[in-house]
Design a binder for this molecule. Sequence first.
Ligand code: UDP
Length: 381
Amino acid sequence: METIGIAGAGFAGAVLARELVESGKYQVVIFEQRDHIAGNCHTVRDPKTQVMIHQYGPHIFNTSREDVWDYVNRFGKFMPFMNRVKAVTEKGMFSLPINLMTINQFFDKTMSPEEAKEFISQIGDSSIENPQSFEDQALKFLGPDLYKNFFYGYTKKQWGVEPKELPASILQRLPIRFNYDDNYFTSRFQGIPEEGYTKIVERILDHPMISVQLGEPFVPEYKKEFKHIFFSGPMDAYFQYKLGRMNYRSLIFDRFDGKGDMQGNAVINYCSQEVPYTRISEHKHFAPWETHEESVSFREYSKLAEEGDIPYYPMRLAEDKELLARYMELAEAEKGLSFIGRLGTYRYLDMHVVIGESLDLAKACLAESSDAWPKYSGKPL
Ligand code: UDP
């Protein structure tokens, strides 16, 4: 039996490990530098309030891939949850993503879906043909007022750069709706695990052929002990940043406790640049099936990830992509090594995408001998 090493016990590593060992052909050792599994999806029950805390920020599971949904449901019960975000802007409080309620209230109108479509197409900048940047995408499809009030300030705070330097794909994560649907996601399946994400990952890892070494960072010297390594940490970290650092945003969570209902919703965004944080999450609202007298909220601040900070969001600026291409050359020159997940492939991926890619990668690996395994769980560039 071949032994495979995996760095990181988040969804990318856990799902891949489970799929490989279930074939009966491999055993897996996972190195996890933190003292817990589940990566940034980690949840923990707060000892003081008993509220389930999403320690590294809100995670709402959503996917349209039935196999991914079935897969996670094998390892724990998902409770129905729809994210209905509210946004505080300089013009008041509105519903997000931008929907007919937002548009009518913002412009003080009572338009039908068709009227609103026509109205927005009038205020959108039709001279922009093929929007590449976040800003062009927003100006084309929303016009200047909605862009300024909902996106400009928030995006500057979140990414620390002008929205014209960011790719349109970041804004494309959010739909614009010409009906009253205020569900943040459009995926077919949505929910939050009843016992938290960490329990799900714990069950995925609960297999006699998987061992997890917590508190142990993977170091390249371990490589020779394994047939193959899958690395889910940052690609530049694997190479000890020898070509330089790719940019990431990191987050700071500022906890404050209260009683009863602190803000009446799970997530409220603060879109103005004058407010230093991007959003406040009140975590008991992520588990509406539970009741708690006390409550816990977190103000979320974004900053550039510096040495020692946890990387959350790959920035993917032009300079980052150039560096990434050079790191990929190093990656390709090294045998027996693959990169997986959000950090490993330097892409802004959600949980469901990472899980889907690990399932697909495992399938590809099981069809080939380990010498021919794919280098990445998805295309990094
Ligand atoms: N965004 C914004 N205003 C909002 C919500 C989102 O400008 O009120 C922009 C911002 O640039 C953000 C991006 O849309 O980074 C994607 O938002 P999403 O909610 O998907 O971010 P996540 O929950 O992954 O942090």
